[in-house]
Ligand binder design. Sequence first.
Ligand code: MRU
Length: 345
Amino acid sequence: MEAIKFTEGKLILLDQTKLPIDVSFVECNDFMCVAQAIKEMKVRGAPAIGVAAAYGLVLAAYEYKNLPQKEFLTKIREAATVLKETRPTAVNLFWALNRMLKVLEKEDILVKDIIEKLEIEAQKIHEEDLAMNKKIGELGQELIPHDAGILTHCNAGALATAGFGTALGVIRAAYQQGKVKMVYVDETRPLLQGARLTAYELLADGIPVTLISDNMAAYLMQQGKINCVIVGADRIAANGDTANKIGTYGVAVLAHYHNIPFYVAAPTSTLDLSLKTGKEIPIEERNPLEVKKIGDVWIAPKEVNVYNPAFDVTPHQLISAIITDQGIIKPDYSINLKRMVSNEL
Ligand code: MRU
């Protein structure tokens, strides 16, 4: 399942707002189209929006290729700012674009050389993400017990990444080892990424999946059906506090109460060690209509007041381990994440 493809100078995005009913694609020829697709969540998931934005900057480079070098550079930097303003929480977006902008610092005189280097960098970001997910899967599956009932929230799968997935990468790898009895998927209101995307991905791979609505998780835990929880992440602060899809924090509290391990799976591009704690992570607030409507159908009074934060922050105390491509990180996160980044683990 491929959410992002760059081919013949165009970015092809699987339109995730239409899944699972329609499998259709958005074709972007310019960077504004990519910015719009990220904003509207046609492409979504922290690593995927980073990859898409990197290609968005390549498209901007094509658009401005006939300008003199200095003006070209100004336009590319402006395009990066537009892309950065699409969604605030997932740090992968900023990480990928800052990597792309670094290419501009390499004193190339010819615009065509800069464009070539931007293409190469975007492709590297894309390929590296897939490799990191495979590694996360390989390392993380060690934590999964035999005959496991696993709960996941939102979609941290192939659709949210360059492929394979983070949380679903661990589940895929554990399934290959014959360890997975059942994956329980929270539907994940308001945009239903669990119901629409995770259920779709797991079914396509033949992995046993049971969909539940968000308010059922506690009951399943009480019944002993859940052996561990695995979720993805949008940004991880230096102390291990983790922003992920709204509702993740509640699931972590439930897991803690029931003594069930709660794992976060994320590539190192999701770490933001410049932030001491999760309190500093910007939380996106989205359109109230996402809560009041499902598709075109109103499910609440049109005039009712709505609060629609798209993410919450799970305090590090509730996280049993963070599974990264560089290793499984256990508490004390403030010490161990820093050590991992400086390659001391
Ligand atoms: O609003 P979304 O759908 O972009 O949110 C996605 C999530 O919260 C994912 O769990 C997270 O980005 C990790 S994806 C590997």
